[in-house]
Design a protein around this ligand. Structure first.
Ligand SMILES: Nc1ncnc2c1ncn2[C@@H]1O[C@H](COP(=O)(O)OP(=O)(O)OP(=O)(O)O)[C@@H](O)[C@H]1O
Length: 309
């Protein structure tokens, strides 16, 4: 009999209480197979608590989490099937980086060869013999990520995996997540405060505020009314300024008369500008290069020069 296609992760009405304090209130969201779900929220909103409850590291007060229909403790080898990075510092400080990954590998039945592969892939080869306690935050994160990718997981639950990583490592993680979810059909839940980084590739977002889910949406739907930057030329300045003031919109005059750079909170507002013929809007949306693009372009040139020497 054919098994049903994987559905991914379902978080169902998860609640968590610490004494009298309720830190999660009936949080529900889905992280479907083949997609990346960003779990977002301010400091202390409950993201880590949710992720810990998802992986049975702390028992929820009520609610459940299903991985393709099964609870975590019903999975055959949950440590191997669910790759996690929850607290990068939670390892024995006296073990070397290599031993730390190897130890995790022993628990889930990974081969020595696989341990070497992930240690190399995470750029840990030179740090492999250093004590975990002596590693920088970024290096600890790499150890944690190496462990998350050790087995061939079907689900990844990563709490702030980019924390402390340099730009190249962030790029590596991003590519791995895209390959894992979009290529291999895995389900990813990732929390991060780096929203610009996340918005480039997450498929869905679940936003938690004060322990409650306040939004669950596909990125495509969010983009439907996401803000945009536009360049306005030959504007009827008075009419434009009235509109901008009404909506509290950020704008900057350009060098040319009647020219403005305008940051609109929604595309709908841009269309209203056009419809109302308040100002001819050049819909060449202003696209700024991210710091990361500039950084990589600048430093890549430096590497190339160094190689040619
Ligand atoms: N073991 C605990 N005992 C009591 N309260 C806790 C415990 N762990 C977390 N909390 C509380 O639960 C709330 C949610 O914390 P949590 O770590 O899940 O937030 P977060 O969204 O991950 O925050 P951050 O973005 O800062 O990592 C916080 O108010 C925190 O103080």
């Amino acid at each position: 009999m054919m098994s049903p296609p994987p559905s991914g992760i379902e978080v169902i009405e998860l609640s968590k209480r610490y004494g009298a304090r309720q830190v999660l209130k009936r949080v529900s969201f889905s992280a479907p197979a083949g997609s990346i779900t960003g779990l977002l929220g301010p400091n202390g909103s409950g993201k880590s608590t949710t992720m810990r409850a998802m992986t049975s590291l702390s028992a929820p007060s009520s609610g459940s989490v299903l991985f393709d229909g099964a609870r975590y403790d019903e999975l055959a080898n949950p440590g191997a099937i669910v790759g996690t990075l929850l607290d990068a510092s939670a390892h024995h400080s006296g073990r070397t980086a290599y031993e730390t990954v190897r130890q995790a590998g022993l628990m889930i039945g990974s081969t020595k060869q696989r341990v070497h592969e992930v240690v190399d892939a995470m750029g840990l080869a030179t740090a492999a013999s250093r004590r975990f306690g002596a590693l920088s935050l970024g290096m600890r994160q790499r150890v944690g990520l190496a462990i998350a990718f050790l087995s061939t997981p079907r689900y990844l639950i990563l709490d702030e995996p980019m924390n402390g990583l340099d730009v190249e490592s962030i790029g590596w993680v991003r590519n791995e997540l895209i390959r894992f979810a979009h290529g291999d059909g895995g389900a990813v839940v990732i929390s991060s405060h780096l929203l610009q980084e996340l918005q480039a590739y997450v498929d869905r977002v679940a936003i938690i505020s004060r322990g409650e889910l306040v939004l669950e949406q596909k990125m495509g739907e969010l983009k439907g009314d996401a803000g945009c930057e536009v360049v306005v030329v030959e504007a009827d300045c008075a009419a434009l300024e009235r509109l901008l003031n009404t909506h509290g919109v950020e704008s900057r005059p350009l060098g040319t008369p009647g020219g403005y750079w305008v940051k609109l909170p929604s595309r709908r507002l841009a269309l209203r500008l056009l419809d109302a013929r308040i100002a001819p809007v050049s819909l060449a949306e202003g696209r700024t290069h991210s710091l990361e693009e500039v950084y990589l372009r600048m430093t890549r040139g430096e590497y190339e020069l160094a190689e040619r020497r």
